[in-house]
Design a protein around this ligand. Structure first.
Ligand code: ADP
Ligand code: MG
Length: 520
């Protein structure tokens, strides 16, 4: 996807890469906290499991008891490296942990251990497709968002306001949970692009397995920095919408914020840098506090932790163990199966989806027909099957049709053993028989269904020829129109023939036969 690099080249040249809103350009940069999927915390042995009784998973280190010292969790570093490799970042040979000082009741140390000047992951890029427009007008644009950095840090505890009338409870279970904070350049130009970026990032971290991606539980939460400007003007002042943990709210929050900022500017007010919260009940953003600057946090290197040193050898060892990345897999689908890039991207939305696709292709027929079969599998997966899964709110793993069924269906379509593929698809979707042990059993069952539901194509050309002759005689007007040069009249005749054959004739064969007869 190398052309995507043009996104910021275009921006550099002052070209717009997103829609204007009331004459303003929208600028968005993201900071995302991905909770790393280690069993224990980043600097202690306490468990990171979600949902335990308050304060049952906080040890002396998490409570900041005097005399305790942090010890780096190697698994957290490994996950940060995996992320860096997945997005083509530079992995720092030597990075530094720093204390970010602030007071908060759920932060017993009075500082958060983070990385400041030298983060472990530096640079990188996230590439994805952005769909714009609707229906027939839909266009797909390749986008690329540059990463500034991704750094390791610990999470804070939680303040509990419910259940404590007039008081606040503190739960330190989350204190010390490992986070990777992933920061982008201000490259995004619309709420839709921001959501597409967040979805892609979510896909990457879950695909490589460094984060469970559970947004309700806060394992993946985004802060959206938003500003607006007149095209060509310098960057405007940003406001940061904190802790967006649903893609839907993300879009709503940014759209509201953009409208609000434009209104302020049009009314002659300056935007003040601030941290804001989105309220899903009102659909509005509201200022929480004016924004601190880095200087307010009095960052300094944490004397309790040595520099984090990562050898080239360790990086290569991790690289060798990593599963094929979605981007690389998509490129392989294009190369090996001849799929359009868009199909390949859609099929690599999740590992489950990609495996389903490859399994189905393998079973669906001969290696020599692989490319045609792959396109058919892709079409049925991204079309009819996806529509069914969406309607039933199911994931591919919960699909009523396994790869065996889809492969068998595609095989029947490819070998033209079924007159109406859509009708067969419906039938197999509703079929309660099974589960089937093997692909051959599935094929046998489909053959039975095709017989029962009378879905076999008409293979008797004599029978078809008779229908064609009858239709030609009965539709003299259309015949005359076609002979006078009106191509559309032919479609009417084909339609008639298909109807008489109850959809069992092969449309191509009908077309050929009809043309031959009308030419003579
Ligand atoms: P801080 O660490 O204080 O939040 P950064 O300069 O690191 O500040 O920026 C944080 C995020 O804000 C980054 O994702 C960056 O891309 C984004 N950002 C910076 N300036 C703007 C702006 N004018 N409009 C929108 N986003 C911005
Ligand atoms: Mg910030």
């Amino acid at each position: 996807m190398s052309e995507t690099m043009n996104t910021f080249e275009a921006q550099q040249q002052g070209r717009l890469t997103g829609p204007l809103v009331h004459g303003y350009e929208v600028i968005i940069g993201f900071e995302t906290h991905a909770q790393l999927s280690t069993a224990s915390k980043i600097f202690s042995r306490a468990s990171t499991a979600f949902g335990a009784e308050p304060n049952t998973q906080a040890c002396a280190v998490d409570l900041a008891l005097p005399g305790t010292l942090p010890v780096m969790n190697k698994g957290a570093v490994e996950r940060a490296i995996e992320f860096g490799l997945a997005v083509n970042s530079h992995i720092a040979e030597r990075s530094i942990f720093a204390r970010k000082n602030y007071f908060y009741p759920d932060l017993p140390k009075g500082y958060q251990i983070s990385q400041f000047e030298i983060p472990v992951v530096q640079g990188g890029v996230v590439e994805f497709f952005l769909e714009t427009g609707k229906g027939a007008e839909v266009a797909r644009e390749k986008k690329a968002v540059r990463l500034v950095r991704a750094h390791l840090e610990e999470d804070a505890g939680k303040s509990l306001h419910e259940d404590f009338i007039g008081q606040t409870g503190i739960d330190l279970n989350r204190a010390g949970t490992p986070l990777l904070e992933i920061v982008t350049e201000p490259d995004m130009r619309s709420s839709a692009e921001a959501v597409a970026y967040a979805k892609e990032l979510h896909k990457i971290v879950t695909w490589i397995g460094i984060c469970d991606g559970n947004m309700q539980e806060g394992s993946f939460r985004c802060d959206a920095n938003v500003s607006v400007r007149k095209p060509g003007a310098p960057l405007g002042t940003r406001r940061e919408i904190k802790n967006l943990n649903s893609f839907k709210f993300m879009q709503q929050a940014i759209d509201y914020e953009v409208r609000w900022q434009i209104e302020q500017i049009e009314d002659g007010h300056a935007i003040e840098q601030a941290t804001v919260l989105f309220n899903p009940d009102t659909g509005e953003t509201r200022a929480m506090r004016t924004k601190e600057d880095a200087a307010d946090y009095r960052y300094f290197p944490d004397p309790d932790l040595p520099p984090l040193c990562i050898s080239e050898q360790w990086i290569e060892q991790i690289r060798a163990q990593m599963a094929e990345l979605p981007r690389v897999m998509a490129e392989r689908f294009v190369r090996d199966y001849g799929l359009p890039e868009y199909d390949a991207t859609q099929l690599t939305q999740s590992l489950a989806m990609a495996s389903y696709f490859e399994d189905a292709v393998k079973m669906s027929g001969k290696k020599s027909d692989e490319r045609q079969l792959a396109k058919l599998v892709a079409n049925w997966m991204l079309g009819e099957l996806s529509a069914q899964l969406n309607a039933r709110e199911l994931t591919i793993a919960q699909s009523p049709l396994g790869p065996e069924q889809l492969a068998a269906h595609v095989q029947f379509v490819f070998l033209q053993k079924v007159a109406n593929p859509k009708a067969l698809f419906k039938v197999i979707l509703e079929d309660q028989a099974g589960p089937f042990g093997t692909f051959d059993e599935v094929v046998a069952r489909f053959e039975q269904l095709i017989r029962e539901k009378d879905l076999a194509p008409m293979d008797d050309t004599g029978e078809l020829e008779k229908i064609v002759d009858d239709v030609i005689i009965a539709n003299a007007k259309n015949v005359a129109e076609f002979k006078a040069g009106n191509e559309k009249a032919l479609n009417a005749l084909v339609g008639q023939i298909m109807k008489v054959s109850k959809g069992k004739a092969n449309p191509q064969q009908v077309n050929d036969l009809l043309r031959a007869k009308l030419a003579s």
